[in-house]
Design a protein around this ligand. Sequence first.
Ligand code: HEC
Ligand code: HEC
Length: 187
Amino acid sequence: MTWRTRFLCGTLLTLAACGGSAAGGLSGFGAADTTITCASGLVWTQGTRESTLMNPGYACRSCHLGNNFNGQNPGNAREPQKAYFFMGTAYSTQKEADLCAADAVPSGAVVEILDTNDVVQLTLDINQAGNFYSNSTTAKVPVPFKARVRANGKVNAMAAAQTDGDCNTCHTAGGLNGAPGRITWPQ
Ligand code: HEC
Ligand code: HEC
């Protein structure tokens, strides 16, 4: 591999052919995750403009509380009255990019919040962007809670109980805190 190729690989992080060059290449770089996609081909471009379809994939509640999770809120926006306890985005696949709208949300798809005895406590509609949210800034249900997505007559459940309802803080494209990536509905 020439020096020039290595430089380009370090710069253009999306080049799939560049894997494994870290040892001899630019210091300070790791292998890019080249599997990140956006199945709908549509990304939100309107910043914090008031909309229920806003910022799919971002950590909703963090920004509404005025926090800057992963650099997503550089302008210090806040909307604390709408910092609902349960907020997030569901997708057709796990590796969807930040701000990407969900692709073809099945009609009637919902997120169900359950108690630890698996009794459904709250049902949240998933809108056309994939976004869902509750209507209270407090949980109003027992915490820790469990969660699952219901669509196409099936459920896709999270095994573990959680205490944080800001789902996209773990369900990033790459997945944080052990999450497999985005929340997905059952196919
Ligand atoms: C970077 C900050 C930021 C992020 C991220 C963000 N929001 Fe917002 N959101 C705002 C602000 C600011 C407002 C108030 C906008 C206004 O009043 O002009 C708002 C308003 C809203 C509203 C009220 C819209 C209406 O029509 O009444 C909803 C619902 C909402 N956001 C949902 C979400 C969801 C769901 C997510 C995550 C998928 C999210 N937001 C992510 C900043 C953010
Ligand atoms: C603190 C991190 C964290 C938070 C917050 C979180 N999850 Fe998860 N989620 C995980 C982990 C880890 C897994 C994989 C292990 C498991 O299923 O318990 C997972 C798995 C899932 C799955 C099944 C896997 C899949 O492919 O979709 C669903 C559905 C899910 N979560 C929904 C949610 C919803 C809805 C919320 C918010 C109400 C949420 N999660 C909040 C960490 C989190």
